[in-house]
Design a binder for this molecule. Structure first.
Ligand SMILES: C[S@@+](CC[C@H](N)C(=O)[O-])C[C@H]1O[C@@H](n2cnc3c(N)ncnc32)[C@H](O)[C@@H]1O
Length: 209
């Protein structure tokens, strides 16, 4: 048995609905491995439970796996707004989010998060960055003034398969995007930050009061 299998046997189950969504994601969508999956999904739910946010934002819905995990952690009256630029996923997402037990807490927005989020004039308690790696610094700069002091930003893939250790080629724009984000956050005095070496790296950032 691998350590990964051991971990999955000793944490909460993902549940039948998420398991079916995971399988349908792999069958119906390209790049199915982008979905968060069992371990990361349980971590996101736990983080939401700990922070108890009222307003949650997700940049990059893909198949809705992480959306549903975070929605599962939300308390009474709380809601999640999730943004997906790739409109070919819309029917898939409407089915899986719309038929879930958390549908009333979830608001799906199809379009570019960089354009749509600032138009909402909302204060966010918890934001999950998981969209285009090239734009991570832009997402972060957009989000900071929109976050409640004491709120949290969680960013996925911040170790980028270990490539952050390498000197990235000019053409490797994704690695360069993640490296720029990590450097920017590391030197930002407005926030506290840790990187969890979970899966592909998860940075947890707290906006100082
Ligand atoms: C890694 S996947 C998201 C995975 C999902 N959060 C999960 O954990 O299951 C990244 C998604 O971000 C979307 N995306 C990329 N740039 C975007 C943007 N500017 N606004 C909204 N979505 C974007 C992509 O189309 C893709 O579906």
């Amino acid at each position: 048995m691998s350590l990964d299998e051991y971990i999955l046997q000793h944490i909460d189950a993902e549940g039948d609905y998420l398991h079916a969504l995971w399988r349908d994601t792999q069958l119906c969508l390209s790049y199915g491995q982008m979905a968060s999956g069992h371990l990361q999904g349980r971590v996101l739910k736990m983080l939401v439970r700990m922070v108890q946010p009222l307003k949650v934002l997700e940049l990059g819905t893909f198949s809705g796996y992480a959306t549903l995990c975070m929605a599962e952690g939300l308390g009474e009256g709380a809601e999640i707004h999730t943004f997906e630029i790739f409109d070919e996923n819309e029917d898939f997402l409407k089915k899986w989010l719309g038929e879930s037990p958390y549908r009333d807490k979830i608001h799906l927005h199809i379009g570019d998060a960089l354009q749509l989020v600032p138009q909402m004039e909302e204060r966010w308690d918890f934001a999950y960055i998981d969209a285009d790696k090239r734009e991570y610094v832009a997402y972060y700069e957009m989000l900071l003034p929109l976050m409640r002091p004491g709120g949290y930003i969680v960013a996925d893939n911040t170790l980028w398969y270990g490539h952050v250790l390498e000197k990235a080629r000019e053409s490797d724009v994704q690695t360069r995007g993640v490296q720029a984000f990590n450097d920017f956050v590391a030197s930002d005095p407005r926030v506290e930050k840790v990187i969890l070496p979970l899966r592909d790296g998860l940075t947890v950032i707290r906006i100082k009061d």
